[in-house]
Design a protein around this ligand. Structure first.
Ligand SMILES: [Zn+2]
Length: 109
């Protein structure tokens, strides 16, 4: 699952509804598979003792911190807006025009 998650889409990923950042469709697929495996009981995450739970929380915090770092290093500025054409948060103001850095779509045509 971690391998799937670490696959980054060359387009730069996208934001799901609710603002959750997905580096790629493949990563989301990994998420979905993991969810499914938990559902059918292949991954058991309810039987962890207190110590393990604490360990998991630390790992999760590390993972999230690493993710935020990756996001900050993306090609697109943090304040970029969502592009209506390619659904990537890569629209910035360039020379007075709202321009998408991902697909090149420009409001000034
Ligand atoms: Zn675009």
């Amino acid at each position: 699952m971690d391998e799937l998650r670490s696959v980054f889409d060359p387009r730069g990923g996208y934001f799901k509804k609710g603002g959750k950042y997905m580096p790629s469709l493949v990563a989301e697929l990994g998420d979905a598979i993991e969810c499914h495996l938990k559902l059918i009981g292949l991954i058991k995450d309810d039987e962890l003792d207190e110590h393990q739970q604490k360990l998991m929380a630390e790992k999760r915090a590390q993972y999230e911190a690493a993710n935020q770092e990756a996001e900050a290093e993306s090609d697109f500025p943090a304040g970029a807006q969502l592009c209506g054409k390619c659904s990537t948060k890569a629209v910035i103001k360039m020379d007075g025009c709202m321009t998408c850095l991902n697909c090149g779509d420009s409001k000034c045509g």
